[in-house]
Design a protein. Structure first.
Lengths: 339, 812
């Protein structure tokens, strides 16, 4: 019996050795371990074995089955690994074929610049507020210390609906609205559209955007204005950015200043971009004129404040080196997709 | 304002700085220099040479060979030239070998790097340097009228008696100078004259300020015997000063005066005109000269014009006047438009014998408005507009008379006729030096501050702590103006940088802005790029969009003074901007264009406009190319869901939007309110815009949406029990809408309804004419148990019986 089992095992191993595919392995399994297989027939002949020898023979048969199964499994997994390998080989792709992208839209560059600006000032505790574009003469001019007949009020700059109502020429018009609410201290940023009667060309547009900042509190100083804008400039244009303040004149601030930043193209050495000066003019600012405070019901003896105004398009054009303002309002997707 | 640096240095003699140093310092002290032009740019190694001999060129008829002495000790060089205006003995500018000139002799634009001159051979004869024309020296015949028309500049003996070979020719010509361009702010009226700027320069550099000393002039006659002056409209004329000059000898003014005028951009004419312009540039006070013999009654009357009066100005133009404009008149007629331009009838001609000088102070606003009405803008007008100091008038007219005497242009009659109803006096401003430090954030001592004031002639009254403000500084009105004076002379750069302290504030965007930003993110995730279009447009837009004549949308805010009709009305709907942008892209062959815009429309509450309009922010989506109606619908629903509007959105085609396809448009409803609309653009409208593809547009009204949006999300447990689905297939009339079926499902499915979706829609061969089939899959689920057949059966039978009422049959 022992010899017979050994013979079966050897015959089986030989076949396994020669097997070339999964299906052949399955045939071998049926042939040896199946219901009509050789090992099964050995078990069937157990009745011829003496009862006292049966456990021993049974053990032998089980050992033989286990040996065959183990061998079968080893070869099967080797074969499977080989087959997978071949399959993967066949599946090799050209990784340089074009990518499949979903078509995402693009933000308008003006609003990318604005979002950056807002982020900087929100971080410093500024609230973003909105105001009307069609504005009353009072808020656009008088409340900003620009009395009747001031040259800045001249019709050539301002679009009027009638003597009362106009299109705001500056986001500074939001100042008085905010101050009149009577909530102090004030730290606001007011972005929005403004309008001036300028013919459309590469650097002018009758409709454009400004961002106004206003801070009013006790003990606000000109040095606070400088510090605030210097911090903002480094956040917007890079840590190495230097700022320069020059005296200027605005009716609603006194002292007033214009701020230049060191040219972010050449770092201040002077280039075509900054017209050789190393500086780029970026915004107007100043201490809120006491008369402006008083008109909006704030006591200039108790409170002081500063204000600044940035032309958003100016920042956008500089930031992205766009040479024609008109591109911003044409909405050609070949332009928009670059941002 | 442009002026030469040398003119400033004439009044600040100790000023020793380069044009760049001047620019930097003046800009930082508040007189912004826009730029400068160096007159000696690229002029190197240029000396005065004396032509000792001229001989012909052996091989060229048109060239001559000159021996030129180029130093005091007799050194000579040989120069070959093609110029023919030189003679032996002439003194000329010579650029030596290795030197540079600014440009070519034809006066074409100057090359950035200049032109290098090296010795070489001209037709075989050695030439060592070049004799220069005025153009090669970077200047022009306008600045140097004595220069030859087309040839070498020759130093005239009468003009340059002391010049000798070897001298620096650039210096002799006064070209070591710079033309400075300023941007003077409107509050600094005093700086629209050279004297004002010079005072600032002296203060900025800490040098002595030496303005011209005005001497008494005139013979022992009296001007008042020649002329009388009456101001009838004193509100528009604060002062009128007249002086008389007789025996006038018209001649060109001296070169120094011509050059200074040229550098300020003014063309020299003759000594009298040049003197008026010179004084205007120097003091910022415009002047006018009348031919006294043309003034009837030898009388000046200052009064308003008659309505409809015609007047010929000295440029020969006929002007139409009205009674808002101020005129200078004689006893019979108008002779000048005050402050703007003189008249043809009284102008100085070559035959002038006696002349009246006018220096007046007119109301700036009136001059500005009159100039605008007349469409005129003269140099004088530009100065008057700023609002002049009436006290300057007398100084200026005396200066002019002094120049008349110095130049020998005529005999000045003694005295002046001065009508000055209300003298403007200097003012006083209380000064609190500690407040200045508090506002600036500085720690400057009082004496330093007062020192700054005194530098610019603001005197200090120590007893009263008041600053005495001279009348030319009309801008210094209060403490804050003094703060600025301190700041600019202390140096803005020297003020420290700090951050505001005090009560902390919560920064942030408003909820509305957050909802708008979400819209941006969402639109972009669907491939829409952000557009920006103008807020104003043409009234013709309404016809283009097929908006009926009686539509409320045509109630618009109209700009009184638009840039043109195309920009004259404030938009009441955002469609035109979007379609125009899409059309731009279509015409440029950009494929699959998707745009969105978040911007305002402006709805007047009443007309004429007397109050704020309803400014409504609209989200507009538009596209052509890839995508369709239902894609757009998906974007809308997705967005609404994302901003927390999770209830059912419904749609009704109410054919309300004439610019949309009547069969392919819908109003969007949320909890019973219209929140927007969308659809396919009407083909006729697409044609009007020239978009040759199907175009779709959606508009969401943000003011309605924002209060409905919410980010208040609460977690719901994940389903533990299985869902059960039932499919129904129905046949119905074509007119029945999916929305109706869905409404029935929603209303009848009961509390276990989880979702439903349309999975098949069919019209065609197997379905009878005028009918269609639709199939829905309806899913039920309970949170707390597995649904049984009875529960689902009950729900389904309710749905089916409701459907049956709509004459919908279940398909077998």
């Amino acid at each position: 019996m022992k010899e017979r089992l050994q013979a079966i095992k050897e015959a089986c191993f030989a076949k396994i050795e020669a097997a070339v595919g999964m299906d052949v392995l399955n045939e071998i399994r049926v042939e040896f371990l199946g219901k009509k297989g050789e090992l099964t027939s050995v078990l069937k002949s157990m009745k011829d074995v003496a009862p006292e020898d049966r456990p021993k023979v049974g053990q032998l048969v089980n050992d033989c089955r286990a040996a065959i199964e183990e061998r079968l499994e080893a070869v099967r997994s080797a074969l499977a690994a080989k087959e997978r390998e071949e399959k993967m080989k066949a599946e090799t792709i050209d990784v340089t074929l074009p990518a499949k992208k979903s078509q995402r839209g693009h933000r308008h560059p003006n609003n990318i610049a604005l979002a950056e600006l807002e982020k900087v000032f929100i971080g410093m505790g500024y609230e973003i507020v909105d105001g009307p574009e069609i504005e009353k003469d009072y808020y656009n001019f008088e409340a900003l210390n620009i009395p009747a007949n001031h040259p800045a009020k001249d019709e050539q700059d301002t679009f009027y609906f009638n003597s009362e109502m106009l299109l705001r020429t500056q986001t500074s018009s939001v100042q008085a609205h905010v101050m009149e609410q009577g909530k102090l201290p004030i730290r606001v940023l007011c972005p929005g559209r403004v309008y001036r009667s300028d013919e459309i060309d590469a650097t002018h547009s009758p409709c454009f955007h400004q961002v106004e900042g206003l801070v009013i509190d006790k003990n606000i100083t000109f040095s606070d204005l400088k510090g605030t804008l210097a911090v903002a400039a480094t956040k917007l244009f890079g840590a190495d950015t230097k700022v320069k303040f020059r005296p200027h004149h605005f009716p609603f601030t006194e002292p007033s200043a214009e701020m230049d930043v060191s040219c972010f193209k050449c770092g201040g050495k002077g280039c075509r971009f900054c017209k050789g000066s190393g500086w780029i003019e970026i915004l107007g600012c100043g201490m809120v004129h006491p008369r402006v405070l008083r008109m909006s019901g704030i006591d200039p003896e108790e409170y002081t404040g500063f204000a600044f105004g940035v032309g958003l398009e100016r920042i956008t054009l500089l930031k992205y080196e766009i040479d024609d303002l008109r591109l911003l309002y044409e909405n050609d997707t070949r332009f928009l997709k670059q941002f | 304002m442009n002026t030469s640096l040398s003119w400033i240095k004439a009044y600040v003699p100790d000023l020793d700085c380069t044009a760049q140093e001047y620019t930097d310092a003046m800009t930082l002290s508040g007189s912004k220099v826009e730029g400068y032009e160096l007159l000696d740019k690229n002029l190197e190694k240029i000396v005065v040479g004396k032509i000792l001999s001229i001989t012909g060129h052996p091989d060229a008829d048109k060239l001559i060979v000159c021996q030129v002495q180029i130093s005091a000790d007799g050194e000579t060089v040989q120069i070959v030239t093609g110029a023919h205006n030189v003679s032996e003995g002439d003194l000329v500018p010579v650029v030596l070998d290795g030197g540079k000139v600014a440009g070519g002799h034809d006066g074409s634009p100057l090359p950035e790097e200049g032109i290098k001159i090296k010795k070489g051979k001209l037709r075989g004869v050695e030439s060592c340097g070049m004799m220069c024309s005025i153009e090669e020296l970077g200047s022009s015949k306008e600045m140097y009228p004595e220069a030859a028309e087309d040839g070498i500049y020759i130093f005239a003996k009468d003009m340059y008696p002391d010049v000798k070979p070897g001298d620096d020719a650039v210096s002799v010509l006064g070209l070591h100078d710079a033309n400075i361009e300023y941007e003077i702010t409107s509050n600094r009226v005093d700086c629209f004259g050279v004297i004002g700027i010079a005072r600032e320069a002296a203060a900025t550099f800490g040098k002595a300020f030496c303005p011209p000393v005005i001497k008494e002039t005139g013979n022992n006659e009296k001007a008042s015997d020649y002329i009388s002056v009456e101001i009838k409209d004193a509100d528009l004329c604060k002062r009128y000063v007249a002086r008389v000059v007789k025996n006038i000898k018209l001649a060109p003014s001296p070169l120094w005066m011509q050059r200074r005028l040229q550098s300020n951009g003014i063309r020299p004419i003759n000594n009298i005109v040049d003197i008026t312009n010179y004084v205007m540039e120097e003091f910022g006070q415009p002047m006018h000269a009348f031919d006294l013999d043309t003034l009837a009654g030898h009388k000046i009357i200052v009064r308003r014009a008659e309505d409809g009066e015609g007047f010929v100005t000295l440029d020969g133009q006929e002007r139409k006047l009205d009674s808002s404009m101020l005129m200078i008149c004689d006893a019979e007629k108008s002779v000048a438009i005050a402050g703007i331009m003189g008249g043809e009838n009284s102008k100085i001609t070559d035959n002038v014998q006696t002349m009246l000088f006018e220096a007046a102070c007119f109301d700036g606003t009136n001059i500005r408005l009159s100039g605008k009405k007349l469409g005129m803008r003269t140099d004088a007008q530009a100065k008057f507009e700023k609002g002049l100091d009436p006290n300057t008038a007398m100084e200026a007219i005396n200066r002019a008379c002094q120049l008349v005497e110095e130049l020998g242009a005529g005999e000045v009659v003694g005295g002046a006729v001065d009508v000055y109803p209300v003298k403007r006096e200097e003012t006083r401003v209380k000064f609190d030096w500690e407040r200045t430090n508090r506002v600036l954030g500085t720690n400057i001592d009082k004496a330093t501050m007062i020192g700054y004031f005194e530098k610019i002639d603001l005197k200090y009254d120590y007893e009263k702590d008041e600053v005495i403000v001279p009348t030319w500084r009309q801008d210094v009105l209060g403490q804050e103006d003094l703060d600025e004076e301190v700041a600019r002379f202390f140096g803005y750069d020297n003020i420290p940088m700090t951050l505001p302290r005090g009560e902390a504030t919560m920064g942030g965007n408003s909820f509305e802005q957050i909802i708008e930003d979400k819209a941006r993110d969402f639109a972009e995730s669907y491939g829409f790029s952000e557009a920006m279009t103008f807020s104003f447009e043409s009234p013709k837009v309404f016809d283009k969009l097929l908006i009926p004549a009686d539509s409320a949308l045509r109630t618009v805010a109209t700009i009184q003074n638009p840039l043109g009709e195309d920009y004259s009305i404030m938009r009441t709907l955002p469609i035109n901007g979007m379609l125009t942008s899409l059309a731009t892209n279509f015409s440029r062959r950009n494929k699959d264009c998707k745009l969105y815009e978040i911007a305002k429309i402006y709805l007047p509450k009443s007309l004429p406009l007397s109050d704020y309009t309803d400014e409504r922010t609209e989200l507009t989506l538009g596209f052509y190319g890839e995508g369709d109606f239902f894609m757009l619908k998906g974007v809308i629903e997705d967005y609404l869901e994302h901003i927390g509007m999770k209830k059912v959105v419904t749609y009704k085609n109410e054919q309300e939007h004439p610019f949309l396809h009547p069969g392919r448009q819908a109003n969007i409803y949320y909890t019973g309110k219209v929140i927007g609309y969308f659809g396919e653009v009407h083909p006729a409208v697409s044609d009007n815009y020239g978009i040759g593809e199907k175009t779709y547009i959606a508009v969401l009204d943000m003011p309605v949406i924002v209060p409905m949006a919410s980010f208040d999300v609460k977690y719901k447990g994940l389903a533990k029990f299985p869902a059960v689905s039932r499919d129904i297939s129905m046949v119905m009339k074509k007119e029945v809408l999916a929305g109706q079926i869905e409404e029935i499902i929603r209303k009848n499915a009961g509390k276990f309804l989880e979702s439903y979706h349309l999975f098949d829609i069919y019209e065609g061969a197997q379905i009878k004419e005028g009918y269609k089939s639709m199939a829905y899959s309806i899913t039920f689920r309970a949170a707390d148990h597995t649904l049984n057949d009875e529960e689902i059966g009950a729900a389904m039978s309710k749905i089916l019986s409701a459907l049956a009422k709509l004459d919908i049959e279940l398909r077998q």
